[in-house]
Design a protein around this ligand. Structure first.
Ligand code: C5P
Length: 398
């Protein structure tokens, strides 16, 4: 039996050509015993009539925010309270923009704003609209709100273009909803994640650092919250907002990251080190701004502690995950780190491929455990994060 059976699900339909696929989605949800109510935006009504969705869901369709008759029955607040889940499929670029801003100018966006239910969106739009920076910015805001983004898929589009932006097939959306409803081994566990770079001061105005964006660690933190874990992010300076539901501890240097990570990890179940910690720091940070003199300058650097190895030494109660960025002999070098740092899992990525990794939204990694190797193809960091947590969940329940 599907874990969606008996769940109260609002299917939100917005104005895109993929609205015809929502018919199949509603049918399949009803097959699984879900109780479905449909909310349509005015744009959606241009593609499919409310009557179609009424027949498929067996329930009146909701279309209007300012309809006194509808409000006398199941108004927007009642609808929001009723739902266990909300899935918006298709979600147009316009709707994603409204959702990202918390706007309440139509019934569906108002219900989303008032609901405590889990929200998923299945974006659908032309490929150029999908890759537009404005859409991508809206999507990261939506992600930070804890909303689940399913798809889109790549391929032929109704407008004749080929690329990313096709709404994911209904059965894949249902699989994502079922996965989200499944009991997760990480629920109630404490997960501590390090992310971003560290800054090692030379003097009050200068420092040594690296280009880590923190995106991988933040994506893992979001996936960890979704999995129901108490999530702590020990973050170096990055240009990212703290995801909803995450406790963030902001640090600057390796020393600060180490003390925060050790304190948090002492009572944690899982420790994931994604931070690009500076391997060396200036032996002394000058208290005054260093003046220039002569043509050369030497700075003595000393080795920073390995935070991950120190946390891993706290004991076997912790499941420890490291990242290994390698430019050659990927598997061999990462496997050596798995052993030398006493880890349960290492995520290896090949940094010789410049289209992925640092700063990018995509990555391609291989997960290596003591007795397995799992290669994940090039994919969005959000999906890689979910897969990493899925594997951790399986490993801690073995
Ligand atoms: O040895 P290497 O720097 O390649 O190891 C990378 C892994 O170790 C990453 O998970 C990184 O977050 C962690 N690390 C750490 N403290 C350091 C150096 C690396 O936690 N000083």
């Amino acid at each position: 039996m599907s874990n969606l059976s008996g769940q109260k699900i609002i299917v939100g339909v917005t104005g895109g050509i993929a609205a015809y696929k929502s018919c199949e989605l509603i049918r399949r949800l009803a097959d699984r015993g879900a109780l479905v109510k449909v909310v349509m935006t005015p744009g959606a009504e241009a593609f499919v009539t409310p009557l179609t969705f009424q027949a498929l869901s067996g329930s009146p369709v909701h279309t209007d925010l300012l309809d006194p008759e509808a409000e006398a029955g199941m108004g927007h607040i009642e609808l929001a309270r009723w739902a266990d889940k909300i899935v918006i499929a298709p979600a147009t670029a316009n709707f994603l923009a409204r959702l990202s801003q918390g706007r309440a100018e139509d019934l569906l966006s108002t219900v989303c704003l008032a609901a405590k239910a889990d929200i998923s969106v299945a974006p659908s739009m032309n490929q150029a609209m999908w890759i537009n920076a404005a859409t991508q910015k809206n999507l990261s805001l939506i992600e930070q709100l804890g909303i689940n983004i399913v798809g889109p898929d790549s391929g032929d589009q109704a407008c004749g273009d080929i690329g990313l932006g096709r709404m994911t097939e209904p059965m894949k959306i249902i699989a994502a909803l079922e996965l989200d409803s499944a009991s997760n081994p990480l629920t109630g566990k404490k997960v501590v994640i390090t992310a971003g770079p560290t800054l090692e001061a030379l003097d009050p105005v200068r420092y040594l650092s690296n280009h880590s964006s923190g995106k991988m660690g933040y994506a893992i933190a979001m996936a960890s919250v979704r999995a129901g874990a108490e999530t702590v992010l020990v973050s170096g300076p990055v240009n990212l907002d703290c995801p909803l539901g995450v406790k963030r501890i902001e640090v600057t240097s390796c020393a600060e990251m180490q003390s925060a990570a050790m304190a948090e990890a002492a009572k944690a179940d899982v420790f994931i080190a994604t931070a690009a910690v500076a391997d060396y720091r200036p032996e002394q940070a000058s208290p005054q701004k260093i003046k220039k003199h002569g043509n050369e300058m030497a700075i003595k650097l000393v080795r920073n502690p390995d935070i991950l190895a120190k946390v891993a030494a706290l004991g076997d109660h912790l499941f420890c995950v490291g990242f290994a960025a390698e430019s050659e002999k990927l598997i061999e070098n990462a496997s050596k780190k798995l052993i030398s740092k006493n880890l349960n899992l290492i995520v290896a990525n090949d940094i010789s491929d410049q289209s992925i990794g640092f700063g990018s939204d995509e990555n391609a990694v291989t997960l290596i455990g003591p007795d397995f190797e799992l290669e994940l193809g090039k994919s969005h960091k959000r999906l890689i994060a979910r897969k990493i947590l899925e594997v951790i969940g399986e490993e801690i329940t073995k």
